[in-house]
Every structure is written in structure tokens, then in C-alpha cells.
Ligand binder design. Structure first.
Ligand SMILES: Cc1cc2nc3c(=O)[nH]c(=O)nc-3n(C[C@H](O)[C@H](O)[C@H](O)COP(=O)(O)OP(=O)(O)OC[C@H]3O[C@@H](n4cnc5c(N)ncnc54)[C@H](O)[C@@H]3O)c2cc1C
Length: 309
């Protein structure tokens, strides 16, 4: 099968993720315009090739065997940030902390929650990312979603947002997004960002290879309001390691690659954490991290110990 010009073969994905594990993609491209993105999606559709988007790879676990499909990372005109009055127009590949900082410089408030989320605008929409009580759907005006037939505009009400999820399917790519923000004093917004950065430095480990929260915070009443991190900690997971993967000493819901971790190590560690929490509290933790490629997650999903009740 011949791919469109500029599509690379067997491209490593490990360095495109923040946890730095996983194998190569069979095909890889960096579309830098909407036309090019749609062209690539149409090619993949016509050849029956699976499509995966990599944003900042900050919530992504790639299979050790890699991805048998076309992985894409948005670039150029699909990664820009432009201010137009009270609107911030962002490419799906624009980085959310940069969008938050740009909004502050423009004297616009509403996107501050993005300052510590090390992902892209597209990844944030897909994951319904949030922090500090901010709300993506409150400031999001629309997204342009690309597919093999072209681009379609959708509003927040069409995106099926719930806790850390949206209804975007694999192969639907957020090409652009518009945020409508409120005018504010730039120095006040900048001060809020500085405060949020400082609070984050206190609460979370920095300078480690991780994909942030491993599990979602459970709604199960047996958790008695405790976060996934607290449950993992109380179940004895803080510092627990499998191969090169370890639950962080500073934040038990963060898995850290201590240098040699494979995705298989990470999955085995997650399975052990999930098992311990289930045994101790009866609570079943659900992964927040997204998988790309054939990750053998049977240890996570088919654990008789966990699925028994
Ligand atoms: C240190 C650290 C702290 C974090 N803190 C937070 C936090 O406070 N709150 C929070 O919500 N999250 C947090 N995260 C998780 C992560 O940053 C978010 O989930 C983020 O939104 C993921 O964006 P990304 O671009 O990195 O997506 P990726 O990890 O690259 O991908 C995640 C999913 O989104 C899809 N995707 C990516 N781009 C697009 C696109 N353009 N169109 C369609 N689908 C796309 C991918 O295919 C994949 O399914 C943290 C992560 C780290 C490492």
C-alpha cells in the first residue's frame, strides 16, 4: 500500500509521550493544515488503516509493540493560537498552558485552569480536561472536527462531555477550537496563573516521566469521598514498583517511569494498584489514561479478583 507523500514508516512514538514508553507507529504524519489532515484521514479511511492522534502524549500509553495504523501529530496552522476580541482561536495541536498564558496577556479570563494541564487543546477536548474547578465546556464555543469526508463544526452540547470524557470517536480529530472568554485585568489573570503554578509544584511531583492521573476519582460511595490517589496510598501503593514503573512517592495516583519502564510494566503496576484498592475498599478504579495500539490490558480488565464483585 502506498501512502501519501510525507507519511513516514515505522516512526517511534515513545518520545511523543510524557511517560516515554511504547513502540512505533506503522505510519506517521504531521498535518499542518485542515486540507492535509482531511486528505490523510481520507487515505486512511479508503485503505482501512486505523487512525490515532497524539497530542502532547500527556495521557497516553502506547503499546510496546506499537500502533498498526496512522498516528498523527497536529502542526503548523493546526497548532496556532490567535486572539480576536474576546475569542481565542486555537489549533487542535496548540498547547493548553500556552493558550492560558496568551489569554492572560490579552486580558481574558476563563482559561486559567489550563495552565497546569500539559496537553493540547484537542487532547483537552477529547478528555474533557479540567483543574481547579475550571470548566472547559463553559468557555468552549465550538470545535471543528475533521473526518475523512471533511470538517464539521460542533458545539459543547454535541460533545457528550462527562467526567474526563467526550463522545469523540477514534479517527475524529479536533482541528480547531474557539474559546469565548471574559475581559479582565491582565495582571490579575497572570497572578492567578502564578498562584496555580505554585500550588501545583507543592502538590505534584515535577520533572518525572508520567501521564498524570492514572485512575479517575471514583464515585463509589465506598470511597467515602477519597480520591484515587488517597485510596492507592491507603492501600499501600505509594512507591510500589513493577520493573521500571513506580507509583510516585509524592502522589500515589501518578505512575512514574524510573528509566527503563515498558508499557507492560505500567499496565502490570496499574493492575496491582487496582487489585489492592479493590481488596481493601471494594472500590473498582477505572483508568483515566488512554491506550494506543494493542496494549495487553487483560491484567487490568480481566482480573478475577476485581471483577468478582
Ligand atoms: C503532570 C501532568 C499533570 C496533569 N494534570 C491534569 C489535570 O490537572 N487535569 C486534567 O484533566 N488532566 C491532567 N493531565 C492529563 C493530560 O494532560 C490531559 O488529559 C490532556 O488533556 C491530554 O492532552 P494531550 O494533548 O496530551 O493528549 P494525548 O495524551 O496525546 O491523548 C489523549 C487522548 O486524546 C486524543 N487526542 C489528542 N489530540 C486530539 C485531537 N486533536 N483530536 C481528537 N483527539 C485527540 C488522543 O487520541 C487520546 O485518545 C495531566 C498530565 C500530566 C502528565
Amino acid at each position: 500500500m502506498s501512502a501519501p507523500p510525507g507519511v513516514l514508516r515505522d516512526h517511534p512514538l515513545e518520545r511523543l509521550t510524557t511517560v516515554r514508553t511504547g513502540g512505533p507507529a506503522d505510519w506517521f504524519a504531521r498535518p499542518d493544515s485542515e486540507e492535509r489532515l482531511v486528505e490523510l484521514l481520507a487515505w486512511a479511511g479508503s485503505e482501512g488503516v486505523a487512525v490515532g492522534v497524539v497530542g502532547s502524549g500527556s495521557n497516553l500509553l502506547v503499546a510496546d509493540a506499537g500502533f498498526r495504523g496512522l498516528a498523527m501529530k497536529l502542526d503548523g496552522a493546526l497548532a496556532t493560537i490567535e486572539a480576536e476580541g474576546r475569542r481565542l482561536l486555537c489549533g487542535g495541536g496548540a498547547r493548553l498552558p500556552q493558550a492560558a498564558a496568551r489569554a492572560a496577556r490579552e486580558g481574558l479570563t476563563g482559561l486559567e485552569f489550563g495552565v497546569n494541564i500539559p496537553g493540547t487543546v484537542g487532547g483537552a477536548v477529547k478528555m474533557n480536561a479540567n483543574a481547579y474547578g475550571g470548566d472547559l465546556s463553559r468557555v468552549l464555543e465550538w470545535v471543528d472536527v475533521a473526518g475523512p469526508e471533511g470538517t464539521e463544526r460542533r458545539e459543547p452540547a454535541d460533545l457528550g462531555f462527562s467526567y474526563r470524557s467526550s463522545n469523540l470517536r477514534a479517527g475524529e480529530v479536533v482541528a480547531r477550537a474557539s474559546f469565548v472568554l471574559a475581559p479582565a485585568d491582565p495582571s490579575e489573570v497572570k497572578a492567578t496563573l502564578a498562584g496555580m503554578r505554585a500550588a501545583r509544584r507543592e502538590a505534584q511531583p515535577s520533572g518525572i516521566k508520567t501521564f498524570g492521573s492514572t485512575f479517575k476519582n471514583p464515585e463509589d460511595p465506598r470511597a467515602e469521598g477519597r480520591s484515587a490517589g488517597v485510596l492507592l496510598d491507603e492501600a499501600g501503593c505509594r512507591g510500589l514498583a513493577v520493573g521500571g514503573a513506580r507509583f510516585s512517592e509524592k502522589h500515589a495516583n501518578f505512575v512514574e517511569n524510573t528509566g527503563t519502564a515498558t508499557t507492560a510494566d505500567v499496565v502490570a503496576l496499574m493492575a496491582e494498584g487496582r487489585r489492592r484498592v479493590h481488596r481493601r475498599f471494594g472500590v473498582t478504579l477505572e483508568p483515566e489514561v488512554q491506550l494506543l495500539g494493542e496494549v495487553d490490558a487483560s491484567a487490568l480488565w480481566d482480573d478475577p479478583d476485581v471483577s468478582a464483585s
